[in-house]
Design a protein around this ligand. Structure first.
Ligand SMILES: Nc1ncnc2c1ncn2[C@@H]1O[C@H](COP(=O)(O)OP(=O)(O)OP(=O)(O)O)[C@@H](O)[C@H]1O
Ligand SMILES: [Mg+2]
Length: 212
């Protein structure tokens, strides 16, 4: 019998790192196939302003009611802070079901996690979500500020323009990509990036002309 859990599903966890304006939110949303079920934690309202297929709600009751529906809904919860993030994580994990895969989008992790281990429910999403059909897309401006659980479990990183050399060095250490290659990524209007898959496997996208 089909159940809520399917051990055969593959992990799909992607992290997006770049300075403000580098293109994290844009690229994160591009990586979610159109028409698929998706639930977002969107403290700044960037998800709904970047991708019009998402309905943004500020009321928790409304988010619960809408996200309980089955099928390919796309809903963003627009509220800041750690307490709201943990509430969101607990709820979307409880809803997760291997029979209906769902993309979870966390637009800005730095305000809601810390460099220590991930908070309980976010940790469950990262470590157990695969079997429940969850696919994760999470972004942060500064990689050293966010939880090590995500850093340890991703299977892909999008790297955009870094504002600080120290942050580029952090990612260079994490990926074995040469720091100079990360430091040369440009922000708007080029939105250069590196798509890192695993050690030794990555691709740089350097724009020939401005893209915005
Ligand atoms: N590859 C791209 N092609 C075209 N436009 C892009 C691209 N990447 C980003 N943009 C545009 O550049 C602007 C900034 O991108 P985005 O909002 O994704 O930045 P961000 O990294 O999420 O910034 P912040 O950390 O401030 O949220 C947006 O208007 C977005 O539509
Ligand atoms: Mg953004």
């Amino acid at each position: 019998m089909m159940s809520r859990i399917n051990d055969n599903l593959k992990a799909d966890i992607k992290a997006f790192f770049g300075a403000s304006g580098s293109g994290k939110t844009y690229s994160m949303l591009k990586s979610v196939p159109p028409g698929k079920r998706a639930l977002a934690f969107d403290p700044a309202g960037s998800v709904t302003s970047t991708d019009k297929s998402f309905k943004g709600v500020t009321s928790w009751r409304e988010f619960m009611a809408l996200s309980k529906q089955r099928g390919n809904i796309r809903i963003a919860y627009q509220a800041p802070g750690k307490a709201n993030f943990e509430k969101w994580c607990k709820w979307v994990f409880a809803l997760a079901d291997a029979r209906q895969e769902c993309y979870l989008i966390v637009d800005e992790l730095s305000g809601v996690t810390s460099p220590a281990k991930a908070p309980e429910h976010w940790n469950n999403i990262i470590n157990l979500g695969r079997k429940f059909g969850l696919k994760i897309r999470a972004g942060a401006q500064r990689p050293p500020e966010i939880d090590k659980t995500l850093i340890g479990n991703h299977n892909g990183i999008w790297i955009g323009h870094m504002a600080r050399t120290g942050d580029a060095e952090y990612l260079a250490k994490e990926t074995d990509i040469h720091v100079q290659e990360i430091l040369k990524l440009r922000s708007s209007p080029y939105h250069d990036c590196i798509m890192f898959e695993r050690r030794g496997v990555y691709k740089a996208h350097i724009a020939k002309r401005p893209v915005t």
